[in-house]
Design a binder for this molecule. Structure first.
Ligand code: ARG
Length: 483
């Protein structure tokens, strides 16, 4: 039964020797590749980053080929052992990557054959680099989705600690970057918790579409060998197998979706950064950023610059750029695999590294920043932040809201003319604004009274914020680690 394998294997060994300097695909070629072309087409300089996934995928494939007698069991065994050695070699930095071998797949396959002999040449049976790279990349995106998730979790915890430590700080809330109504600082912190919660949910949801095995689609048409796609999918932890070989080798939607998730994370980080840059300015002085996360000026000795949030805000562009680069790469591609697809990796790697670094550095920054409660409180005392409360007070006494709005609007205009705040008016002046105004208006105009009155779910009142904090912690626990 094994005889044909053995004879064929020896013949293969001989022919391999003759073509030692040739490419693994060199059979039909008469001339060697131009150096310029080799440099232009190679991807090993960056796709070597997929080595763990590539080797894992190859091991699963070899085990399946062996189990189903598509290649001899001993060869499968030898392949797996050889791959284990290569894995160790790469991890220890002893592996020599060769540009002339084009990509990581062929580097590893060549090293395998060099190390175990002709049996190594059986690994690529019933497989193409097209389904191989799609498998590797899906495994990579899956692994990294979990890493990004963990980075977001740290940042969420930093927001929770900020909220917990400063439960009673009142600050102005803004619309149009103009002071609007007083809010609790922990409420503002928990707003970011919610944004990053959605990011984690979005990532987790995308996993459903990442976690599908394309292995077995071969070049584009599937294969005539009696492969067991479920077996390799199970071994690699894929939930499903792809349903169309043409789609499976040409689909990069999962990478696009991952880049979209990363882009939304950057939108959130960039908004946070913008806010911290403002808050740290002397004009706001709402927050002291930790020295360890700031830099100085080479000329102005007094400066402490918020370079970290500025850089995060600045780096947002390159992540969006990666998303758009892949959109553009994909839009013109006929089915099935085209070499254009090789351009998916560098962009995704860059976006991923940027997002992970940004998340980590912002976690540290948020964790260690110190709000300035006196400055924040002081800032709530100007700008008529309780004007809405006064209108609501009149409404509760029976005035339709539109009329109440008008009354308070006129009162504010008068105050602006006199250069005073509403709460600076004495009780008689206040009463003169409208007959429905009584002595109880005083607490309505107080900033703390305003915050305290907002008791509905999701509002900035003391009670709802305390509940929101408990809920946020519960959510973290329940969401837990990714399945
Ligand atoms: N380096 C290639 C890529 O990343 C691997 C697949 C090559 N396939 C091919 N038919 N040339 O897309």
């Amino acid at each position: 039964m094994l005889l044909p394998f053995l004879i064929a294997g020896n013949f293969f060994a001989l022919s391999m020797k003759k073509k030692e300097n040739k490419k693994l695909w060199g059979g039909r070629f008469h001339h060697s590749t131009e150096k310029l072309v080799e440099d232009f087409t190679e991807s090993v300089s960056y796709d070597k980053r997929l080595f763990r996934q590539d080797i894992k995928g190859s091991m699963a494939h070899a085990r399946m080929l062996g189990k189903h007698g598509i290649i001899p069991k001993q060869d499968a065994h030898r392949i797996i052992q050889g791959l284990e050695q290569i894995l160790r070699k790469i991890e220890e930095g002893r592996f020599q990557w060769k540009r002339e071998l084009e990509d990581l797949h062929m580097n590893i396959e060549k090293a395998l054959t060099d190390s175990i002999g002709p049996a190594g040449g059986r690994l690529h049976t019933a497989r193409s680099r097209n389904d191989q790279v799609a498998t590797d990349f899906r495994l990579f995106v899956r692994d990294e989705t979990m890493e990004v998730d963990a980075c977001i979790e740290s940042l969420q915890r930093a927001f929770i600690r900020q909220a917990e430590k400063h439960m009673d700080i009142v600050m102005p809330g803004f619309t149009h970057l103009q002071k609007a109504q007083p809010v609790l600082y922990p409420h503002h912190m928990l707003a970011y918790f919610e944004m990053f919660k959605r990011d984690r949910q979005r990532l987790r949801d995308s996993l459903k579409r990442v976690n599908i095995s394309p292995l077995g689609s071969a070049a584009l048409a599937g294969t005539s060998y009696p492969i067991d796609r479920r077996m390799t999918a199970d071994e690699l932890g894929f939930r499903e197998t792809s349903q169309n070989s043409i789609d499976a080798v040409s689909d990069r939607d999962f990478a696009l979706e991952f880049l979209f998730c990363l882009s939304v994370i950057m939108v959130h980080l960039s908004r946070l950064s913008e806010e911290l840059v403002l808050w740290a300015s002397s004009e706001f002085s709402f927050v002291d950023l930790p020295d360890a996360y700031c830099t100085g000026s080479s000329i102005m000795p007094q400066k402490k610059n918020p370079d970290v949030p500025e850089l995060v805000r600045g780096k947002t562009g390159r992540v969006f750029g990666s998303l758009f680069a892949l959109f553009t790469t994909l839009k013109g591609l006929p089915l099935a695999y085209n070499r254009d697809l090789q351009e998916d990796k560098e962009q995704l790697f860059d976006a991923l590294d940027t997002v992970k670094a940004s998340l980590s550095v912002m976690s540290g920054l948020v964790e260690n920043m110190c709000p300035r409660p006196n400055r924040m409180m002081e800032d709530t005392e100007t700008g008529f932040l309780t004007a809405t409360d006064l209108a609501d007070y009149l409404v509760k006494k029976g005035l339709p809201f539109r009329q109440a709005h008008e009354v308070v609007g006129r009162a504010v205009a008068k105050c602006i003319q006199r250069g005073v705040e509403l709460h600076a008016l004495n009780i008689d002046e206040l009463k003169r604004l409208h007959p429905l105004i009584g002595d109880d208006v005083i607490q309505i105009l107080s900033v703390k009274g305003s915050v305290g009155s907002r008791k509905c779910e999701g509002a900035t009142g003391y009670e709802p914020v305390r509940k929101a904090l408990i809920k946020a912690k519960g959510w973290l626990k329940e969401f837990g680690v990714l399945p």
